[in-house]
Design a protein around this ligand. Structure first.
Ligand code: FUB
Length: 323
């Protein structure tokens, strides 16, 4: 019985699913939303996550397994609060969990934890990844053995606050015809725990080769980057935040520049939209979340998936989530 477009689990609230195939199963690395009655705001203070539960599916029709707490905030010395959207990678017998959280100064940084099993438990590094900031890490294991990390999010994710190279909470937010801020990119070092290259912003261009503008809210980057490869090309997908779309852009290189291609998914119930794309046995799947399980409460989300149809030239068919 297909569980497509239904909450994968309902005993906890889950969001921001990063899906990977490890050992022939689909493992899902989501955020774990905590119910509370506080207000929502533009800084995302309502997202009070404290731990990660890894989920898995033996196949898309199998029941979803919750493997329990794989990492808790109390075990990460540098974190003060808000363990947001994670991702995972596998290299040389070890699994690595990448996660954003606020440090003791309230600044979002990226952390990494390692384990022997895709479902954890994961042992965190004592400090965040040196030189890291903002949120939403996503790691691509490229075919040549290199690993790339993509990250960054506007507003509560603090990406704008680093435009000068250091943290400035009063930094100007680009708007109108000013160039939009792209997501961050770096190659990971052999130990998977450091950046090998200086992080840089990725450029996303329009059909005329011009950088997308900050006011182009239907297309510009907001948060939640993901990278998949198809036909040898690199596809960067992300959330447009304020307009609630999942969209994608294409490049011949992992570090761009990328050219905007189109929309993957129309808005879901709830403010945030965040996804991953994974191939399993020759079919492509989109993992995403909405707030159906809580009747629209923004910080009580549920992870779902649906099949994704990709044409031979890489074009992704737009999904209307409730059709
Ligand atoms: O889950 C907290 C934040 O909400 C994530 O980091 C963003 O991508 C958005 O989904």
């Amino acid at each position: 019985m297909s569980q497509e477009r239904k909450p994968l689990v309902s005993h906890i609230f889950t969001a921001d699913p990063s899906a990977h195939v490890f050992n022939g199963k689909i493992y899902i690395y989501p955020s774990h939303d905590i119910p509370h009655d506080g207000e929502d705001n533009d800084d995302g203070d309502e997202y009070r996550m404290e731990d990660y539960h890894i989920l898995s599916l033996d196949n898309p029709d199998a029941p979803c397994v919750d493997h329990g707490c794989a990492l808790h905030m109390k075990d990460v010395p540098w974190v003060s609060k808000q363990m947001w959207a994670p991702d995972a990678a596998y290299k040389d017998g070890k699994y690595y969990l990448y996660f954003p959280a606020r440090d003791k100064d309230g600044i979002f940084r990226l952390g990494v934890a390692a384990g022997d099993d895709p479902a954890g438990p994961f042992v965190p590094e004592a400090d965040c990844i040196p030189g890291s900031y903002s949120i939403d890490p996503a790691v691509l294991a490229d075919d040549d053995g290199k690993f790339y990390i993509y990250y960054g999010g506007l507003w509560g994710g603090q990406l704008e606050m680093w435009q000068s190279g250091s943290f400035n909470p009063d930094e100007h937010r680009p708007e109108g015809d000013e160039p939009a801020i792209g997501p961050m990119f770096a190659e990971l070092d052999d130990d998977m725990k450091h950046f090998r290259t200086e992080p840089k912003h990725l450029q996303i261009l329009d059909e005329n080769g011009e950088p997308l503008k900050a006011g182009d809210e239907d297309r510009r980057y907001f948060e939640g980057p993901w990278m998949h490869k198809f036909g040898g090309k690199y596809y960067l997908s992300y959330s447009t935040g304020t307009t609630h779309y999942l969209v994608y852009a294409e490049s011949d290189r992992p570090d761009g520049p990328f050219t905007y291609r189109g929309r993957i998914m129309e808005p879901v119930i709830g403010w945030t939209t965040h996804h991953s794309i994974v191939e399993y046995k020759g079919k492509w799947y989109l993992f995403y979340h909405d707030c159906e399980l809580s009747n629209g409460i923004n910080h009580r989300r549920c992870v779902k998936f649906t099949e994704l149809h990709i044409a031979p030239d890489g074009t992704i068919e737009t999904i209307r989530p409730y059709d």
